[in-house]
Design a protein around this ligand. Structure first.
Ligand SMILES: *[C@@H]1O[C@H](CO)[C@@H](O)[C@H](O)[C@H]1NC(C)=O
Ligand SMILES: *[C@@H]1O[C@H](CO)[C@@H](O)[C@H](O)[C@H]1NC(C)=O
Ligand SMILES: *[C@@H]1O[C@H](CO)[C@@H](O)[C@H](O)[C@H]1NC(C)=O
Length: 494
């Protein structure tokens, strides 16, 4: 079951400013391989009985159904007797492409909301990518509308077309997970507060949705899927290996950040240098014992004493260049706008969620707190990665260098420690400038190993980008993702 931890705790993060709440994640996956089969995902029993793969695609039953006046196309499959996929076709956000949204009903009471966009060019041959925001508890539409989706929120009731959308090069699914996030809900009040439970639901979604909706039968990526033919896993400013991550905080905040917020010999920095090693040891004991007691106490200590810097910060922890504009709403006013926009009656109708019993929240802090109370934030998700790399799945981790919550030094450090078949090569690889294709500007720097393209294990530091680097550096991050998907070396221009 540990597997699954990689999923959530591997990435992006949102939380309140004074006390950055949560490590979270945006896990992204890309896949562009042909037909294949899903192998077992630890934590999810994979048998012929629940595998769509072993049934023919024709066996999907399609019906038209209407729920509270919204018309859906509904799909069912004998392999998943409890599941229904309810799909509608919105024409908002980016009306130039085909879209699907709706719910995977996992049972009568559990419903996962998704929104899919076809690639702007050649959707039939473009890869499929799934974007998952972390928190946990932040809707993946926060990534869609604020980072890399086909439209960006510009006020509480408007969006505009995003020329730098990652749908320029990929078909994209934005899935709200876990239940209790965005428009995903349980009507029986059951909750999901562990990564293992979350993975079960996401896995069901993947099997069902990807088989039904994707003509090329390609798969999005998950750390839990051993030996599956998904092409790659991308971690976006993720909290992946917390001990190394937290250890790096004083170095980042007091010295090596491009804009250090504290004087090297200030009282804050002296305190940080004293507290970080204690926090690191507590996380190591969470790794060792994996008990609620060790992991929960490490979470409390490290958040209060290291990430929160005594609750006394004057900058936006997700982007130290700027002030925290909206301390109640993750520091960016746009996150509040997303909540307003997604709750608009016409948007809800278009997305097929207007009978939703819950209001949309960009980040549900109750869901978030559930995971923290279970000590889930402190697990060593990096330990799940070598097996994927050994199996030939490409791994890229990128880090905006003005994010202080999952700072780039910590990310670089755990990437350097990670043991896999490309380890030696990765260690000795030089840092190369990453020159973006369009402007020729230096967008960051990159270290790669394995293969002559964009690498099999790759780390990219994005200059002047925060936790939500695609928002701050849309052109550089689109260029990065394009090179990654097409496996083009980072130093080739044109
Ligand atoms: C957008 O929302 C604001 C505040 O909620 C409101 O005053 C304004 O009239 C709205 N504009 C449109 C075009 O709906
Ligand atoms: C937030 O999540 C909790 C459980 O995690 C759920 O009970 C509640 O309905 C959610 N709130 C909203 C507005 O989605
Ligand atoms: C890099 O990954 C690709 C795709 O899995 C694989 O075909 C290739 O052999 C790998 N390269 C090396 C040097 O292992």
């Amino acid at each position: 079951m540990r597997w699954v931890s990689a999923l959530l705790l591997s990435t992006t993060l949102l939380g309140a400013a004074a006390n950055p709440l949560v490590g979270s994640d945006a896990v992204v996956g890309v896949d562009n391989v042909g037909p294949q089969h899903i192998l077992a995902w630890p934590g999810v029993e994979h048998t012929a009985a629940n595998s769509v793969e072993e049934h023919r695609q024709e066996e999907f039953r399609s019906t038209i159904t209407s729920v509270n006046g919204v018309v859906y196309q509904q799909f069912a499959h004998p392999a998943f007797s409890d599941h229904r996929l309810r799909v509608t076709s919105p024409e908002i956000c980016d009306p130039t492409v085909k879209q699907y949204s709706g719910y995977l009903d996992i049972s009568d009471t559990r419903h996962l909301f998704f929104w899919f966009f076809e690639a702007r060019k050649n959707p039939d041959s473009a890869p499929l990518m799934m974007w998952l925001n972390g928190g946990p508890g932040c809707s993946s539409t926060t990534g869609l509308l604020f980072e890399n989706g086909p439209c960006a929120v510009t006020s509480p009731n408007t969006t505009e077309w995003n020329p730098y959308s990652w749908t320029n090069i990929a078909n994209m699914i934005f899935l709200d997970e876990p239940i209790g996030t965005g428009y995903s809900y349980a009507s029986d009040h059951s909750k999901v507060d562990t990564l293992a439970d979350l993975a079960v639901d996401v896995y069901a979604f993947l099997q069902f949705y990807v088989h039904k909706m994707n003509k090329r039968r390609i798969y999005a990526p998950f750390p839990g899927q051993r030996h599956i033919n998904f092409a790659s896993l991308i971690l976006a400013n993720g909290l992946t290996e917390p001990a190394t991550q937290f250890e790096s905080v004083p170095e980042y905040l007091c010295d090596k950040s491009p804009y250090p917020p504290f004087e090297k010999d200030s009282a804050t920095c002296r305190m940080l240098r004293a507290e970080a090693p204690i926090c690191e040891r507590m996380i190591e004991s969470c790794y060792r014992f994996e008990s609620l007691a060790t992991c929960v106490s490490a979470t409390g200590y490290c958040w209060a004493r290291v990430l929160g810097v005594g609750g006394n910060i004057h900058y936006n922890p997700y982007d130290i260049r700027i002030p925290c504009v909206d301390p109640d709403g993750v520091c960016y006013e746009e996150i509040g706008w997303i909540t307003s926009w997604m709750n608009k009656p016409d948007v809800k109708r278009a997305l097929g969620v207007d009978h939703s019993p819950i209001d949309f929240l960009a980040c549900n802090m109750t869901t978030n707190a559930g995971f923290y109370t279970q000590g889930q934030a402190m697990h060593n998700s990096a330990a799940l990665l070598p097996e994927l790399v050994e199996a030939g799945i490409r791994l890229m981790s990128f880090a905006g260098n003005t994010d202080s919550v999952c700072n780039h030094i910590g990310i670089e450090n755990w990437m350097l420690k990670l043991e896999h078949k490309h380890h030696e090569e990765f260690l000795s690889a030089p840092f190369l400038p990453f020159i973006t294709d369009v402007t020729g500007d230096v967008g960051g720097k990159v270290r790669t190993a394995g293969g002559s393209g964009a690498g099999n294990v790759t780390y990219v530091q994005i200059f002047d980008g925060g936790h939500m680097a695609p928002h701050d550096q849309p052109e550089a991050t689109l260029d990065m993702i394009t090179r990654w998907v097409r496996n083009i070396p980072f130093d080739v221009i044109g």
